[in-house]
Design a protein around this ligand. Structure first.
Ligand SMILES: [Zn+2]
Length: 58
């Protein structure tokens, strides 16, 4: 199971860790954030190759 940290693309508020299928609500902006929006806002952080690099460190 892979958890993603949901960060609101609009206010950059850290919300919670949830599965990729989840949709997380930002109270500040009164909007729902999906993984698709996260990928568009933070493409580097969601890059799978970065996950592999992190694994090498362990
Ligand atoms: Zn927000």
């Amino acid at each position: 199971m892979v958890l993603i940290q949901y960060i609101c693309p609009k206010c950059r508020c850290h919300l919670l860790w949830a599965m990729r299928t989840a949709t997380v609500y930002c109270r500040k902006c009164d909007r729902w954030i999906t993984v698709k929006e996260l990928k568009e806002a933070y493409p580097l952080e969601m890059d799978p190759s970065k996950e592999k690099e992190q694994l090498k460190m362990f």
